[in-house]
Design a protein around this ligand. Structure first.
Ligand code: TRP
Length: 445
């Protein structure tokens, strides 16, 4: 058995889902949906997952699986010219950018594990919880300790390598997270203003669909599915030869979508019940969840458990992003794993410190009106990931040999359903994804 390989079929799906499911579903989706009109955002996002998401996952899978290489060399190995190395470079840059702000939010989850244990310091009303989050997130020191704690956890797992660390943890904790979410869904459905919350989330107001909502939904779809920067290229290079790519892609995308919808069903009934604002922005979830927990029987225990699991979900996501950078440094620059991990970590510490301080001391530094935190998020999710998506689709659709593409996606004994699906996937990669994403860009920006 090779060291750097996922060992079981369940492990492959769990690790891919582990990469996909994270703060993107539980923190980012509700706040983006809340800020962009709820139902209108949801429907566009769902369409993007199905029409563009699944094909682009397949594209990343087949590139990684057939080349067995990291983002940087995969393209050259599959006959891409030197220019394709740019895609790899862009992926590496985007991974760093995302790790910077993601680690800040992951640090917030650590604070909220602590806050849960101390019953949110006695805060109970929406205003008190709002003030509490504001004071914490703008503090110059406290959030930084939690970021370091989070990154230390990444470090310990990363130096042990992929198979053991990542797979073992995903296998146990992802199913557990799912069960806990189910409990909160039931709780939220019984809240007094559940109907209002569900209407906000599920009833699309089509007049609210503007080009910027569409671009936001596209960014959310890519971010949530871990797409566009070669994360899944790297993961697929660790898949076994017989891993069914289309099936794994579809299951992962559907589960990821389900978790985002569950998060919405948990959050919005509570937003209306406890008099909070759906468009509160990045702090939405951190202000609404405590309201839920404080009003639930045994809430403190649930809250603690929830934030621990959210922490773990973030961890399995950041591990996948770190792995891109580390795989590149190990394989293409022949660095030792320890050195690669340490170096990457140091850069991320600097970036996340800057992002964290942009809620306080560095709030004055703004580009296009966005602070460093929101700027990193906007640049990576709404620009770099979709551009990566276009290029990856073009590469898989036009540059990789047709024979290789079919072999990878169809496997040895394809069913009729799979044959039809692969036809649609290849069509989407060749035409729909490049043209569609291109148009969304032109109008959205
Ligand atoms: N998808 C993850 C989440 O929803 C974040 C993530 C992990 C990611 N790897 C990625 C986003 C690669 C973009 C690209 O939390």
């Amino acid at each position: 058995m090779k060291k750097n390989q996922f060992n079981t079929k369940f492990g492959v799906v769990a690790a891919t889902v582990g990469s996909a499911v994270g703060l993107g579903n539980i923190w980012r989706f509700p706040y983006e949906a809340g800020a962009h009109g709820g139902g209108a955002f949801l429907i566009v996002y769902l369409l993007f997952v199905l029409i563009l998401g699944i094909p682009v996952i397949c594209a990343e899978f087949l590139i990684g699986h057939s080349s067995g290489a990291d983002v940087y060399t995969a393209f050259t190995k599959l006959n891409g010219g030197r220019l394709w190395r740019l895609v790899g470079r862009m992926g590496l840059a985007a991974a760093l950018l995302i790790l910077g702000f993601y680690s800040v939010v992951a640090g917030w989850t650590v604070e909220y594990i602590y806050q849960s244990v101390i019953s949110f310091g006695g805060a109970t009303t929406a205003d008190e919880l709002h003030a509490q989050f504001g004071a914490f997130s703008s503090d110059a020191v406290k959030p930084l300790w939690w970021i370091l704690a989070f990154l230390a956890a990444n470090y310990v797992i990363l130096i042990r390598g992929v198979g053991k660390g990542i797979e073992r943890m995903s296998n146990i904790l992802m199913p557990l997270l799912f069960v806990i979410l189910l409990v909160f869904v039931i709780n939220s459905l019984m809240l007094p203003k559940a109907a209002e919350g569900l209407e906000f989330l599920f009833k699309p107001d089509f007049s609210a669909i503007t080009p910027s909502v569409v671009l936001g939904a596209l960014g959310q779809a890519f971010f949530s599915l871990s797409l566009g920067l070669g994360c899944l290229i790297t993961y697929a290079s660790y898949f076994r030869a017989d891993t069914p790519l289309v099936k794994t892609a579809t299951i992962s995308a559907l589960l990821d979508m389900l978790v985002a919808i569950m998060a919405g069903v948990i959050i919005f009934p509570a937003v209306f019940t406890y008099g909070q604002e759906p468009s509160a922005g990045p702090q939405l979830v951190f202000e609404v969840l405590p309201s839920i927990f404080l009003n639930m029987p045994g809430g403190i225990v649930w809250a603690t458990l929830f934030f621990i699991l959210l922490f773990v979900a973030s961890l399995t996501s950041t591990l996948s992003m770190f792995e891109i950078l580390i795989a590149y440094m190990e394989r293409s620059l022949s660095m030792s794993r320890l050195k690669a991990v340490s170096l990457t970590l140091m850069v991320v510490i600097v970036l996340s410190t800057l992002c964290s301080l942009s809620f306080g001391k560095l709030d004055g530094i703004r580009v296009f009106g966005l602070n460093l935190f929101s700027l990193s998020d906007y640049l990576s999710s709404n620009i770099l990931l979709p551009v990566g998506g276009i290029l990856i689709s073009i590469f898989a659709g036009w540059i990789v040999e047709r024979h290789t593409v079919r072999l990878e996606l169809l496997g040895s004994a394809p069913s009729t359903l799979l044959r039809i699906s692969v036809r649609i996937i290849i069509f989407n990669l060749r035409y729909l994804a490049p043209i569609g994403i291109g148009l969304i860009f032109i109008f959205g920006l």
